[in-house]
Design a binder for this molecule. Structure first.
Ligand code: NAD
Length: 293
């Protein structure tokens, strides 16, 4: 494969990426691409992820990037992380939130019967933690003017995706937090956005029931096909760079066109064929919808 092009988009910048676990992680690809675009990066995750993931390997690939242990649902840990970050690297030009977790999804609890303690935890870890990162970065004066803040989202924040369960609620909250912070950060030229990414095979992604089916459906519904973690990282570089200084409070779709499609010809044909095939219609739960027309 030819050596990938780099553009020096983040030359002279410093930042921290929360949530890289292994090479499949979107956060992993973002950290690596940021380093290759010239940034000095720090990495962060919870202690267990650091123990069982491959953060050390990523650190080496990113010029011995510091690794900071932080549970993003704990005020004190987030506070300490930004204090430590400032001591080791000084204040930063970007923050990436690439964190998500739902115990209700993991245990396949139906939405109608959500365990509320886990629901609160989903909202806290996957949504409110975004607020916490920004709040403690500000408190510790760890953000430079003109900084860019990004979190990863999914279209289930706006549309119903049955098996995405309480994570859909967490993503709505996440996107709302970006909008609420936007004007408050703007006087310092700081931008805050969410990137709504295609289904991607990662530890968190593939833990969602029926993920492979969703992935295939999304692939068929996206004119450009699903976007990979690597492609997401490439897009994120533009949002972290000075090329997008006036982009803020946006939920930016990075999904091969999926979010703007009503239907694609292959999907229409598939549905039509299925409805005309009695056996197939029954197999996919369309009993009684089989059509003889
Ligand atoms: N994979 C997809 O299909 C997809 C699509 C759109 C958006 N996203 C979003 O991308 C982001 C990254 O997820 P991913 O798919 O790369 O999966 P991933 O499993 O590689 O990353 C999720 C990370 O969250 C971390 N995390 C969990 N609880 C935490 C806590 N309390 N404090 C700090 N970190 C914690 C995990 O350790 C893990 O590293 C998530 O916000 C996810 O919702 C993923």
């Amino acid at each position: 494969m030819p050596e990938k092009a780099h553009y020096g988009l983040l030359k002279g910048k410093k930042g921290i990426v929360f949530g890289p676990l292994d090479e499949s992680s979107i956060g992993w690809q973002i950290a690596l691409h940021a380093y290759r675009e010239g940034a000095q990066v720090a990495l962060s995750n919870v202690a267990t992820a650091i123990r069982f993931g491959k953060l050390q390997e990523l650190s080496e690939l990113c010029g011995n990037a510091p690794i900071l242990i932080c549970d993003a649902s704990k005020n004190e840990e987030v506070d300490n992380t930004f204090r430590e970050l400032k001591e080791t690297m000084g204040s930063v030009d970007f923050i990436v939130h690439s964190i998500g977790m739902s115990q209700n999804i993991r245990k396949q609890v139906p939405y109608e019967e959500l365990n509320y303690e886990w629901f609160m935890r989903t909202l806290d870890v996957s949504g409110i933690s975004f607020h916490r990162l920004v709040a403690y970065a500000l408190k510790n004066e760890a953000l430079n003017d003109g900084a860019s803040i990004v979190a990863l989202s999914y279209i289930a924040s706006q549309r119903n995706y049955w098996t995405y369960s309480d994570m859909g609620d967490a993503k709505s909250l996440l996107e709302s937090i970006a909008r609420s912070f936007g004007p408050r950060l703007a006087p310092r030229g700081i931008r805050i956005n969410t990137i709504s990414q295609s289904p991607t095979y990662t530890k968190a992604g593939s833990g969602i029931p029926g993920f492979e089916k969703m992935y295939d459906y999304s692939e068929l519904m996206s004119p450009l096909g699903n976007a990979s973690a690597e492609e997401c990282a490439e897009y994120t570089m533009t949002i972290l760079s000075d090329l997008t200084r006036k982009v803020t409070m946006q939920n930016l779709f990075h999904d091969g066109g999926y979010s703007s499609m009503g239907a694609t010809i292959p999907m229409i044909k598939l549905a039509h064929e299925a409805l005309h095939d009695k056996e197939l219609a029954e197999r996919v739960g369309l009993e009684g919808r089989h059509s003889s027309r």
